[in-house]
Design a protein. Structure first.
Length: 165
């Protein structure tokens, strides 16, 4: 397999749909989700952990190869698709009714922070092969980084919610 082909099969491409959704919805999610409010009074260490691990999991996914040969990989694609659909739906609901019960409840407000768990888990199932032969089981490293990121991300959103509601 040529170098270009292998890079085109990188799991980094699986980040495009959620990033596009985030950038599309972000300006319309309301004041609470805008950087000035969302990052206000967040502990520096929490913000650093969240941002560093976010960068690390996205960067790490560049060496994970998209594959759908095995049953877990095919299940991973299904989980990824369901996760993306839920991620988009939860943001669409907040944009559609910013003062509704969903947007102002803990479960609804935090949804854009916890639904990535689903599609990120899917990426881990899909990308079980590394472009670096010496790196066995890349999904385990990916999931550890993702777990740290998601914990920090959800904790961050929880602090914002507790401050606002």
């Amino acid at each position: 397999m040529g170098h270009l082909t292998i890079y085109l099969r990188s799991c980094i491409w699986l980040w495009v749909p959620p990033l596009l959704a985030s950038f599309a919805f972000w300006p319309h999610l309301g004041v609470a989700y805008q950087p000035e409010e969302f990052w206000r009074d967040i502990p520096v260490l929490l913000g650093m952990v969240e941002n560093v691990t976010r960068i690390c999991i996205i960067a790490f996914s560049t060496i994970m190869v998209i594959n759908w040969c095995t049953r877990p990989q095919r299940i991973g694609f299904l989980i990824y698709a369901v996760g993306i659909a839920l991620y988009v739906a939860c943001q669409w609901i907040i944009v559609s009714a910013p003062t509704g019960w969903w947007a102002t409840s803990l479960i609804g407000f935090l949804a854009p922070s916890y639904t990535p768990l689903i599609w990120i888990f899917g990426i881990g199932l899909i990308g079980d092969q590394s472009m670096i032969p010496q790196l066995a089981r890349p999904r385990l490293y990916f999931w550890v980084l993702a777990g740290i990121f998601l914990s920090a991300h959800i904790a961050h959103a929880s602090l914002v919610f507790s401050r606002l509601y």
